[in-house]
Design a protein around this ligand. Sequence first.
Ligand code: UDX
Length: 429
Amino acid sequence: MIGSGYVGLVSGACFADFGHTVVCVDKDERKIEALLQGSIPIFEPGLDTLVANNVKAGRLSFTTELSAAVAEADAVFIAVGTPSRRGDGHADLSYVFAASQEIARSLQGYTVIVDKSTVPVGTGDEVERIIREAAPDADFAVVSNPEFLREGAAIEDFKRPDRVVIGSEDPRALQLMRDIYRPLAIGRSPLVEMGRRAAELTKYAGNAFLATKITFINEIADLCEKVGANVQDVARGIGLDKRIGSKFLHAGPGYGGSCFPKDTLALLKTAQDYEAPQRIVEAVVAVNDNRKRAMGRKVIAACGGDVRDKTICVLGLTFKPNTDDMRDSPAIAVIQTLQDAGAKIHAHDPEGTEQAKKVLENVTYCDDPYVAMEGAAALVIVTEWDQFRALDLARARDLLDAPVLVDLRNIYPRERCEELGFTYCAIGR
Ligand code: UDX
């Protein structure tokens, strides 16, 4: 497993748990050193135990030495980052290509090189070309095997996936991939085999579709607010149609995270290069970008149109619960919009504070949600951590300067909040 970040570590630990022998490689000596000491550099529920168990069983190990690991491997997974390239939004493939060069130098015997990183269509061809050029006699195949792991549920998603997508035209490689994923066949997760380019595009199309679904219900929520309808009723009403499906129809402050924003942009770049514009995805990206600051304005409106010198309490900073990930979190735009309007921010997040400090300045971070509420002109819930679903609202009301609750995740019933004396403001209800 080349790359011991989020995807590499989760995949490596899960493959080891299937019974395979896995070596996780990373250039970052500090990260490998920490892993060797048993410390997990990311927050993902269950991962620490899974890693510890498999290390103890001798199936999982960590190293900075790529060559020895590759030489012994039947399959080499590339799970390095593909961030948005600064300036143009294309996926930055430099880590993938650098890994390919290094892999080429160490190949021994027939080896399947599996791309798990999210890469634009045609990257598999380029990886193959790089390896062929560096090692003309090597016996290898390049396969695309995109990941569909949700942060916070990654182990579950890996072990009980809806499907596993495998893109390859090479029968030997396909057979090896079936062997690697055989433990899944016991639970009924279909292996979907296809061409390599189709597999590469499947990842982007899947994420763009999900981003579209969220953005669609978010716009319907805006309409609900105008016409006096409840978006949760509408979502249930359409979601029970099996052709639509009820998942990813929760209206909120807009999608964030490490995948949707980056992958939708990269898809648009590929679409431009191939002159096949994706106008729906273009609209999704624009609507979602606007939405995040609009949520800040919604808070200002709930405070009577002015937040200058007022304190606003923000609960939840990460882009979703059960992660410490702040990447493209709606909380960033919400807080910056409020700060631009002159507000002071008191914030609390169960896991994300350290990451939040890197992107948000002039915020008072509180260890306790109730401390964050003291003297605030509004309580704003941006991320639906379980801890925020059962707040003592009467206590909250008494701590706040004004009883204003802006629930950007629709986790509270309006009636109860209003009975307690809150001005309650939600999404599409
Ligand atoms: C996503 C994909 O689900 C996963 O398959 C892919 O491999 C990586 O990207 P992740 O980014 O971890 O996973 O989170 P996800 O649970 O999909 O949520 C993404 C964003 O959409 C979050 O900001 C979340 O709050 C938002 N969202 C999701 C909604 O606003 N409404 C919904 O109904 C669902």
